[in-house]
Design a protein around this ligand. Structure first.
Ligand SMILES: [Zn+2]
Length: 261
């Protein structure tokens, strides 16, 4: 079972929510709306939130033209929604501050690694984008302003887990880059699959009762007649320590690389 709790928790990251101006992240929106072949197509997730944009882009194939339409559309949305973004920011901050220290301590215990000097401040920027990229080097990630507080906390845990996970990963597999996103990187896929396993650990659930899932691409994958996530869950439940879990999960992912989308 879980390793001994020998982690000292001198540093606990403080999460600060802020509202990002559209200029900061428009390129991300544009990228998600016009994905390349090496990334999953999540444009539907954006267009579902903004059916008006879907209508406008319907028959437009030229990427430059699409970009102009997207830009104009989101400038308008930003003008209207800015007050709501500010309200959401305050609400998320308040909800997080009640349990944030406990959650960060739990993550450190679970991954059996201390938070480092560069984890002192983590920034959660609210945007209009329902798809929420993260930037591990800057300890920053995006949060959708239209989420409720529970899902905002889900996002903070998911992304903070990534930051710490990549540190732990690099100690065990220094030669394999796990944070490089894309369909051609199985180590990155594993880093996402575990977000449907690790935060369901009782040490998180005790503080924040919530069901965590990974991407539906992985959630819906079966291997040997059983959900991919349940295989990884079993390895987690039977681990000797966290490093042991990582090694075995990585072996499993490599073995079944072709079956994982
Ligand atoms: Zn993720």
């Amino acid at each position: 079972m879980a390793g001994k709790s020998v982690v000292s928790t001198k540093i606990l990251p403080k999460v600060k929510f802020r509202v990002a101006p559209l200029d900061d992240y428009f390129s991300e929106l544009h990228r998600f709306l016009n994905p390349d072949a090496n990334h999953y197509d999540w444009s539907g997730g954006v267009l579902k939130k903004y059916p008006g944009l879907k209508d406008k882009l319907q028959s437009v194939t030229d990427v430059k033209e699409r970009e102009k339409i997207e830009q104009g559309f989101f400038e308008e949305v930003e003008r209207e929604e800015l007050p709501k973004m500010e309200i959401a920011r305050e609400e998320f901050q308040k909800a997080w501050d009640k349990i944030g220290d406990d959650l960060m301590r739990a993550l450190s215990e679970i991954l059996e690694i201390d938070w480092g000097e560069n984890d002192r401040k983590i920034t959660a920027t609210l945007t209009l984008n329902p798809i929420m990229p993260r930037f591990p080097e800057q300890r920053m990630f995006r949060v959708f302003y239209g989420a409720d507080a529970e899902h905002a906390i889900d996002t903070v845990i998911h992304e903070s887990l990534h930051f710490l996970y990549f540190e732990k990963w690099s100690l065990i597999f220094p030669e394999i880059k796990a944070d490089k996103t894309g369909k051609d990187n199985p180590a990155w896929k594993l880093s996402e699959i575990v977000t449907g396993v690790i935060p369901n650990d009782p040490r998180i659930q005790f503080i924040f009762k919530h069901e965590f899932h990974t991407y539906r691409e992985f959630q819906n994958t079966n291997i040997d007649g059983k959900p991919l996530v349940s295989h990884i869950q079993r390895l987690y439940d039977e681990r000797e320590d966290f490093a042991d879990f990582l090694r075995k999960a990585w072996e499993f992912v490599k073995l079944h690389e072709k079956e994982i989308p």
